[in-house]
Design a protein around this ligand. Structure first.
Ligand code: AMP
Length: 489
């Protein structure tokens, strides 16, 4: 049977009486469930899904926020051997049309506000009606248990260019990821995990929910990170464990000093990923909360692969060392390993790395090298002691008059300047040089001061040719800057 379900059973079955889940973003939880209650509800949900004709291998899309039913559907789907397709709640008609055509789900579980966005002809199931039906069911279906290689999820990549591809993650991938993280981050049933990240992304689902269920710790599931409610929520729930994205850490820095200190005193570990955590945010958080945020790196296709150590130095600006059982390479354009300190493409291999894209044998073949390493498309360099530093996406590399310009290096300089809240650098076509860097920033700083700062700190070919002030940078649901939506030209 699927090792993932076995690991989850240690909490769902063996700790049935233990309160495992609190729901809601207010200080007072809207409801608290034991693991046993959750298991019963998940079984009933499996009954409702089987009753509606779903069988192993069928896709079921979920366009749902962070709610109890999302977790029930996840567990029910795993048990039945369904392939769940989590869908970003911000997706609109065009994105949904692609996803429905590509994944061909038997149905999309959704809410009345989002259902009208689905292409006509799509089978839409209202989550409320489905839950009501599940509540009336008694018998549990018992189809054969899926194996480790069975697909559990198809997660569409948040790729900001081109058509989103569905990454197929198996039960075994999810189990390997959870086991690795439990060990790496010392997660146990004594932890209290505050979950604010969306469950339609691997950060919230494969890291958050899977580590919670595999460890048997207590989860407080909030609908989202809400800055105005963060203080009350942290003080009421008293988490020991928190997973965030850099934008969340930036907001947490605004909490009053004494609150930050007491939150920090109760917490054990803060983890950041999905986008670069600026070194100055790491430092400010350490001063205010008394914690060094553990920055890690991963992707939808690979789950978590690299992280700063739990014990040992958490080095700001780096993503740390390969996680257990993960092999990494940094290679040049010809696929040859580069020397330490040289930037190249990061490639990874390990038990949590997916087997391929949904119905895209061409893209799957192109995604792996001959030795079976996944080509991440991320640029990285390795220090003498093995710590890896990311330098942005290979596709964002700016080729400027024969030089490689890494947007992230310029962005870091900009972020260190007073009056710069956010910064993003992109390459734009240039007749003479091929491409040239263009900077966007939010904040009060004057463009002339930023140019002067770049001239002081960077080689001349890296200095952006213009500094465009914007209200805020466009970001996706995980807080990652979507450079394709910047007002270039
Ligand atoms: P996703 O598939 O949506 O999880 O996005 C994966 C991408 O996010 C990676 O390929 C990286 O470009 C980026 N990413 C994830 N973690 C980090 C990190 N700690 N620092 C910088 N970029 C990151």
């Amino acid at each position: 049977m699927s090792g993932l379900l076995e690991v989850f059973a240690r909490s769902l079955r063996d700790a049935a009486d233990v309160p495992g889940l609190e729901l809601g973003g207010e200080a007072e939880p809207a409801a608290t469930l034991s693991f046993g209650q959750l298991q019963t509800r998940a079984r009933r949900m499996a009954g409702a899904l089987a009753g509606r004709g779903l069988r192993a291998g069928d896709r079921l899309a979920l366009q749902l926020g962070n709610r109890l039913e999302t977790i029930e559907l996840f567990l029910a789907g795993l048990r039945l051997g369904l392939v769940l397709v989590p869908v970003n709640v911000l997706y609109r008609e065009r994105e949904l049309a692609h996803l429905v055509t590509d994944a061909e789900p038997a149905a999309v579980v959704t809410t009345p506000d989002l259902a009208p966005l689905l292409p006509s002809g799509t089978v839409a199931w209202d989550v409320g009606a489905l839950a009501a039906e599940a509540a009336r069911r008694v018998p549990e279906p018992s189809p054969p248990l899926p194996g480790d290689a069975a697909p559990a999820l198809i997660v569409y990549t948040s790729g900001t260019t081109g058509r989103a591809k569905g990454a197929v993650l198996s039960h075994g991938n999810l189990e390997a990821n959870a086991r690795t993280l439990l060990r790496a981050w010392r997660i146990t049933d004594r932890d209290r995990y505050l979950g604010v990240l969306p469950l339609f992304h691997v950060h919230g689902l494969a890291n958050g929910v899977c580590c919670w269920l595999a460890s048997g710790c207590r989860l407080r599931l909030a609908p989202r990170f809400e800055h105005e409610r963060a203080l009350a929520l942290f003080e009421a729930f008293r988490p020991t464990l928190f997973f965030g994205v850099p934008t969340v850490y930036v907001r947490l820095l605004e909490l009053p000093e004494d609150a930050a200190r007491s939150i920090g005193a109760r917490a054990r570990l803060f983890v950041s990923g999905s986008a670069p955590l600026p070194a100055h945010v790491f430092e400010a958080f350490r001063r205010r909360f008394g914690h060094e945020v553990l920055e890690r790196y991963g992707m939808t296709e690979t789950l978590m692969t690299v992280g700063n150590p739990y014990d040992g130095e958490r080095r700001p600006g780096t993503v740390g060392l390969p996680l257990a059982a993960v092999e990494v390479r940094v290679v040049d354009a010809e696929g040859r390993d580069v020397r330490d300190g040289t930037t190249g493409e990061l490639r990874v291999r390990g038990p949590a790395v997916f087997a391929g894209y949904w119905r895209r044998p061409d893209a799957t073949a192109a995604a792996f090298d001959a030795a079976g390493f996944f080509r991440t498309g991320d640029l990285a360099s390795r220090g003498k002691d093995g710590y890896l530093t990311l330098h942005g996406r290979a596709s964002e590399l700016i080729l400027c008059g024969g030089f490689n310009v890494y947007p992230r290096e310029i962005e870091e300089v900009l972020l260190e300047q007073p009056g710069v809240r956010e910064a993003a650098v992109v390459g734009v076509p240039d007749e003479r040089r091929g491409e040239r860097p263009l900077a966007f920033y939010a904040g009060e700083a004057a463009a002339a001061d930023l140019e002067a700062a770049c001239r002081r700190q960077l080689a001349s070919f890296k200095v952006p040719t213009a500094f465009v002030r914007v209200e805020a940078l466009p970001r996706n649901a995980l807080g990652k800057v979507t450079k394709s939506r910047l007002p270039v030209g």
